[in-house]
Design a protein around this ligand. Structure first.
Ligand SMILES: NC(=O)c1ccc[n+]([C@@H]2O[C@H](COP(=O)([O-])OP(=O)(O)OC[C@H]3O[C@@H](n4cnc5c(N)ncnc54)[C@H](OP(=O)(O)O)[C@@H]3O)[C@@H](O)[C@H]2O)c1
Length: 260
Protein backbone atom coordinates (compact mmCIF):
# COMPACT_ATOMS: atom_id res chain seq x y z
CA UNK A 1 0.00 0.00 0.00
CA UNK A 2 1.37 3.42 -0.94
CA UNK A 3 1.37 5.56 2.21
CA UNK A 4 2.45 8.69 0.36
CA UNK A 5 5.72 8.80 2.27
CA UNK A 6 8.18 7.82 -0.47
CA UNK A 7 10.65 10.64 -1.19
CA UNK A 8 9.45 12.77 1.74
CA UNK A 9 12.12 14.67 3.63
CA UNK A 10 12.00 13.82 7.32
CA UNK A 11 13.82 14.94 10.46
CA UNK A 12 13.53 12.66 13.51
CA UNK A 13 15.00 13.98 16.77
CA UNK A 14 16.42 11.80 19.59
CA UNK A 15 16.80 8.96 17.13
CA UNK A 16 20.01 7.09 17.99
CA UNK A 17 17.92 4.51 19.88
CA UNK A 18 14.45 3.53 21.07
CA UNK A 19 11.29 5.14 19.69
CA UNK A 20 13.14 7.73 17.58
CA UNK A 21 15.39 5.10 16.00
CA UNK A 22 12.49 2.75 15.23
CA UNK A 23 10.64 5.67 13.64
CA UNK A 24 13.58 6.71 11.47
CA UNK A 25 13.94 3.06 10.36
CA UNK A 26 10.25 2.82 9.40
CA UNK A 27 10.46 6.02 7.35
CA UNK A 28 13.53 4.72 5.51
CA UNK A 29 11.72 1.43 4.80
CA UNK A 30 8.90 3.50 3.28
CA UNK A 31 11.38 5.24 0.95
CA UNK A 32 11.69 8.58 2.76
CA UNK A 33 14.90 10.62 3.11
CA UNK A 34 15.67 10.83 6.80
CA UNK A 35 17.94 12.90 9.01
CA UNK A 36 18.57 11.39 12.44
CA UNK A 37 19.93 13.26 15.42
CA UNK A 38 21.00 12.87 19.07
CA UNK A 39 23.69 14.23 21.41
CA UNK A 40 25.98 11.22 21.86
CA UNK A 41 28.19 11.11 18.77
CA UNK A 42 29.19 7.44 19.09
CA UNK A 43 25.62 6.24 19.51
CA UNK A 44 24.48 8.46 16.67
CA UNK A 45 27.17 7.13 14.33
CA UNK A 46 26.31 3.53 15.23
CA UNK A 47 22.65 4.19 14.43
CA UNK A 48 23.59 5.96 11.18
CA UNK A 49 25.84 3.09 10.07
CA UNK A 50 23.11 0.51 10.74
CA UNK A 51 20.41 2.55 9.00
CA UNK A 52 22.70 3.04 6.00
CA UNK A 53 22.22 -0.70 5.43
CA UNK A 54 18.51 -0.05 4.81
CA UNK A 55 18.80 3.03 2.63
CA UNK A 56 21.48 5.41 1.43
CA UNK A 57 19.08 8.33 1.98
CA UNK A 58 19.99 8.76 5.63
CA UNK A 59 21.84 11.72 7.14
CA UNK A 60 22.82 12.65 10.68
CA UNK A 61 23.49 15.70 12.81
CA UNK A 62 24.63 15.77 16.43
CA UNK A 63 22.73 18.25 18.59
CA UNK A 64 21.79 18.63 22.23
CA UNK A 65 18.05 19.12 22.64
CA UNK A 66 18.59 21.08 25.88
CA UNK A 67 20.19 23.88 23.79
CA UNK A 68 17.59 25.89 21.85
CA UNK A 69 20.17 27.32 19.41
CA UNK A 70 21.25 23.77 18.46
CA UNK A 71 17.61 22.77 17.88
CA UNK A 72 17.26 25.79 15.55
CA UNK A 73 20.40 24.73 13.66
CA UNK A 74 19.10 21.18 13.37
CA UNK A 75 15.99 22.36 11.56
CA UNK A 76 17.70 24.94 9.31
CA UNK A 77 20.88 22.97 8.48
CA UNK A 78 19.08 19.63 8.53
CA UNK A 79 16.46 20.77 6.04
CA UNK A 80 19.24 22.21 3.83
CA UNK A 81 20.97 18.81 3.88
CA UNK A 82 17.70 17.13 2.90
CA UNK A 83 16.78 19.82 0.36
CA UNK A 84 13.55 20.74 2.20
CA UNK A 85 11.38 19.49 5.05
CA UNK A 86 8.06 17.66 4.76
CA UNK A 87 7.83 15.89 8.11
CA UNK A 88 9.19 16.61 11.59
CA UNK A 89 9.02 13.82 14.14
CA UNK A 90 9.95 15.27 17.49
CA UNK A 91 11.08 12.74 20.09
CA UNK A 92 13.13 13.82 23.07
CA UNK A 93 15.53 12.47 25.67
CA UNK A 94 14.32 11.17 28.99
CA UNK A 95 13.91 13.50 31.94
CA UNK A 96 15.58 12.62 35.22
CA UNK A 97 13.30 10.52 37.45
CA UNK A 98 12.37 12.14 40.79
CA UNK A 99 9.61 13.69 42.86
CA UNK A 100 8.87 17.19 44.08
CA UNK A 101 11.02 16.95 47.20
CA UNK A 102 14.00 15.49 45.35
CA UNK A 103 14.25 17.55 42.17
CA UNK A 104 16.30 20.77 42.30
CA UNK A 105 15.66 24.09 40.51
CA UNK A 106 18.38 23.09 38.07
CA UNK A 107 16.63 19.77 37.36
CA UNK A 108 13.42 21.67 36.58
CA UNK A 109 15.20 24.09 34.23
CA UNK A 110 16.98 21.22 32.44
CA UNK A 111 13.67 19.35 32.22
CA UNK A 112 11.96 22.43 30.81
CA UNK A 113 14.66 22.86 28.13
CA UNK A 114 14.70 19.17 27.23
CA UNK A 115 10.96 18.50 27.17
CA UNK A 116 9.32 21.78 26.24
CA UNK A 117 11.66 24.47 24.90
CA UNK A 118 13.20 22.06 22.37
CA UNK A 119 9.71 21.18 21.13
CA UNK A 120 8.67 24.84 20.80
CA UNK A 121 11.80 25.68 18.79
CA UNK A 122 11.60 22.55 16.62
CA UNK A 123 7.92 23.10 15.79
CA UNK A 124 8.30 26.85 15.17
CA UNK A 125 11.40 26.56 12.96
CA UNK A 126 9.93 23.63 11.01
CA UNK A 127 6.68 25.52 10.42
CA UNK A 128 8.65 28.39 8.85
CA UNK A 129 10.14 26.03 6.26
CA UNK A 130 7.33 23.55 5.59
CA UNK A 131 4.97 23.91 2.67
CA UNK A 132 1.35 22.84 2.32
CA UNK A 133 1.06 19.15 3.23
CA UNK A 134 3.70 19.34 5.97
CA UNK A 135 3.35 17.13 9.04
CA UNK A 136 4.57 17.69 12.58
CA UNK A 137 4.31 14.76 15.00
CA UNK A 138 5.37 14.98 18.64
CA UNK A 139 6.07 11.86 20.66
CA UNK A 140 5.22 12.52 24.31
CA UNK A 141 4.05 10.11 27.05
CA UNK A 142 0.95 8.79 28.79
CA UNK A 143 2.07 10.96 31.75
CA UNK A 144 0.21 13.66 29.84
CA UNK A 145 -3.04 11.97 30.80
CA UNK A 146 -2.13 10.03 33.96
CA UNK A 147 0.82 11.04 36.15
CA UNK A 148 3.32 8.32 37.08
CA UNK A 149 4.84 8.45 40.59
CA UNK A 150 8.41 9.77 40.72
CA UNK A 151 8.34 11.08 37.15
CA UNK A 152 7.40 14.63 38.15
CA UNK A 153 9.35 16.38 35.37
CA UNK A 154 7.44 14.34 32.83
CA UNK A 155 4.09 14.65 34.67
CA UNK A 156 4.30 18.44 34.86
CA UNK A 157 6.22 19.68 31.82
CA UNK A 158 4.88 17.29 29.18
CA UNK A 159 1.36 18.58 29.81
CA UNK A 160 2.41 21.73 27.95
CA UNK A 161 3.01 19.66 24.82
CA UNK A 162 -0.73 19.03 24.61
CA UNK A 163 -1.19 22.82 24.54
CA UNK A 164 1.56 23.21 21.97
CA UNK A 165 0.01 20.58 19.69
CA UNK A 166 -3.44 22.16 19.94
CA UNK A 167 -2.25 25.75 19.46
CA UNK A 168 0.13 24.92 16.61
CA UNK A 169 -2.46 22.74 14.84
CA UNK A 170 -4.96 25.63 14.83
CA UNK A 171 -2.41 28.21 13.78
CA UNK A 172 -0.82 26.09 11.03
CA UNK A 173 -4.02 24.61 9.59
CA UNK A 174 -4.34 27.55 7.18
CA UNK A 175 -0.83 26.74 5.85
CA UNK A 176 -1.94 23.12 5.25
CA UNK A 177 0.35 21.74 7.97
CA UNK A 178 -1.05 19.05 10.29
CA UNK A 179 0.19 18.81 13.88
CA UNK A 180 -0.43 15.73 16.05
CA UNK A 181 1.14 13.65 18.78
CA UNK A 182 1.43 10.16 20.19
CA UNK A 183 1.55 9.12 23.85
CA UNK A 184 3.62 5.95 24.20
CA UNK A 185 2.99 3.74 27.22
CA UNK A 186 5.62 1.35 28.62
CA UNK A 187 7.90 0.62 25.67
CA UNK A 188 10.90 -1.72 25.45
CA UNK A 189 13.77 0.78 25.24
CA UNK A 190 16.76 1.90 27.31
CA UNK A 191 14.47 4.41 29.04
CA UNK A 192 12.38 1.56 30.41
CA UNK A 193 15.52 -0.14 31.81
CA UNK A 194 16.41 3.14 33.54
CA UNK A 195 12.93 3.47 35.07
CA UNK A 196 12.81 -0.13 36.25
CA UNK A 197 16.21 0.27 37.94
CA UNK A 198 15.06 3.52 39.60
CA UNK A 199 11.84 1.96 40.90
CA UNK A 200 13.58 -1.20 42.07
CA UNK A 201 16.01 0.92 44.14
CA UNK A 202 13.29 3.16 45.60
CA UNK A 203 11.03 0.28 46.56
CA UNK A 204 13.84 -2.08 47.55
CA UNK A 205 12.66 -4.99 45.41
CA UNK A 206 13.92 -6.84 42.39
CA UNK A 207 13.79 -5.41 38.88
CA UNK A 208 11.88 -8.50 37.84
CA UNK A 209 9.06 -7.82 40.31
CA UNK A 210 8.86 -4.15 39.17
CA UNK A 211 8.57 -5.31 35.57
CA UNK A 212 5.87 -7.86 36.42
CA UNK A 213 3.82 -5.15 38.17
CA UNK A 214 4.07 -2.81 35.19
CA UNK A 215 2.88 -5.50 32.80
CA UNK A 216 0.09 -6.62 35.15
CA UNK A 217 -1.62 -3.22 34.75
CA UNK A 218 -1.55 -3.25 30.94
CA UNK A 219 -4.78 -4.68 29.47
CA UNK A 220 -2.93 -6.12 26.45
CA UNK A 221 -0.64 -7.89 28.93
CA UNK A 222 2.71 -6.87 27.48
CA UNK A 223 5.05 -3.96 26.85
CA UNK A 224 5.12 -2.14 23.50
CA UNK A 225 7.86 -2.60 20.96
CA UNK A 226 9.21 0.76 19.74
CA UNK A 227 8.11 -0.27 16.21
CA UNK A 228 4.48 -0.25 17.41
CA UNK A 229 4.83 3.41 18.39
CA UNK A 230 6.62 4.13 15.10
CA UNK A 231 3.73 2.60 13.13
CA UNK A 232 1.26 5.10 14.61
CA UNK A 233 3.66 7.94 13.81
CA UNK A 234 3.87 6.63 10.23
CA UNK A 235 0.07 6.68 10.05
CA UNK A 236 0.02 10.33 11.20
CA UNK A 237 2.61 11.19 8.55
CA UNK A 238 0.84 9.30 5.78
CA UNK A 239 -1.81 10.06 3.19
CA UNK A 240 -4.25 8.07 5.39
CA UNK A 241 -4.52 10.87 7.97
CA UNK A 242 -5.29 13.97 5.89
CA UNK A 243 -8.20 15.06 8.15
CA UNK A 244 -6.46 14.50 11.50
CA UNK A 245 -4.91 17.46 13.29
CA UNK A 246 -4.55 18.69 16.88
CA UNK A 247 -4.91 15.23 18.36
CA UNK A 248 -2.86 12.97 20.64
CA UNK A 249 -3.08 9.21 20.20
CA UNK A 250 -2.20 6.88 23.10
CA UNK A 251 -0.09 3.85 22.09
CA UNK A 252 -0.27 2.16 25.47
CA UNK A 253 -1.93 -1.26 25.17
CA UNK A 254 -5.02 0.21 26.87
CA UNK A 255 -3.12 1.32 29.98
CA UNK A 256 -4.72 4.77 30.41
CA UNK A 257 -7.91 4.23 32.42
CA UNK A 258 -9.54 7.63 31.88
CA UNK A 259 -12.09 7.97 29.08
CA UNK A 260 -11.05 11.51 28.06
N1 LIG B 1 10.21 3.73 26.91
C1 LIG B 1 9.09 4.10 27.50
O1 LIG B 1 8.43 3.30 28.20
C2 LIG B 1 8.55 5.51 27.28
C3 LIG B 1 7.20 5.77 27.52
C4 LIG B 1 6.72 7.05 27.33
C5 LIG B 1 7.57 8.06 26.90
N2 LIG B 1 8.88 7.79 26.69
C6 LIG B 1 9.74 8.89 26.27
O2 LIG B 1 10.12 8.70 24.92
C7 LIG B 1 11.34 9.42 24.67
C8 LIG B 1 12.30 8.51 23.95
O3 LIG B 1 12.75 7.52 24.85
P1 LIG B 1 12.97 5.99 24.47
O4 LIG B 1 12.02 5.20 25.27
O5 LIG B 1 13.00 5.82 23.00
O6 LIG B 1 14.42 5.76 25.15
P2 LIG B 1 15.90 5.70 24.64
O7 LIG B 1 16.13 4.45 23.85
O8 LIG B 1 16.72 5.90 25.87
O9 LIG B 1 16.07 6.94 23.63
C9 LIG B 1 16.34 8.23 24.07
C10 LIG B 1 16.89 9.02 22.89
O10 LIG B 1 17.04 10.38 23.29
C11 LIG B 1 18.32 10.84 22.89
N3 LIG B 1 18.72 11.93 23.77
C12 LIG B 1 18.80 11.89 25.13
N4 LIG B 1 19.15 13.12 25.60
C13 LIG B 1 19.29 13.93 24.51
C14 LIG B 1 19.65 15.28 24.35
N5 LIG B 1 19.92 16.07 25.40
N6 LIG B 1 19.73 15.79 23.10
C15 LIG B 1 19.46 15.00 22.01
N7 LIG B 1 19.10 13.71 22.11
C16 LIG B 1 19.02 13.17 23.34
C17 LIG B 1 19.19 9.60 23.03
O11 LIG B 1 20.34 9.74 22.22
P3 LIG B 1 21.85 9.98 22.70
O12 LIG B 1 22.04 9.32 24.03
O13 LIG B 1 22.63 9.35 21.57
O14 LIG B 1 22.02 11.47 22.75
C18 LIG B 1 18.26 8.54 22.45
O15 LIG B 1 18.35 8.55 21.05
C19 LIG B 1 11.83 9.90 26.04
O16 LIG B 1 11.44 11.26 26.22
C20 LIG B 1 11.07 9.01 27.01
O17 LIG B 1 10.93 9.63 28.28
C21 LIG B 1 9.39 6.54 26.85
Amino acid sequence: MDLGIKGKKVIVTASSSGIGYATAKRFLEEGAEVLISSHDENKLLNAYNTLKGISKSVYYMKIDLTKPEEVSSLISEGSSMLGGLDILVYVTGSPKPGNLLELTNEDWINGFNLLLMSAVVAVRESAKIMKKGGRIILSTSTTLREPIDNLDLSNVIRLSLAGLIKSASRELASKGILVNGVMPGWTLTKRLDQLIKDRSKRENRTEDSVLKDLVKDIPLGRLANPEEVANVIIFLASSLSTYVTGTLIPVDGGNIKGIF
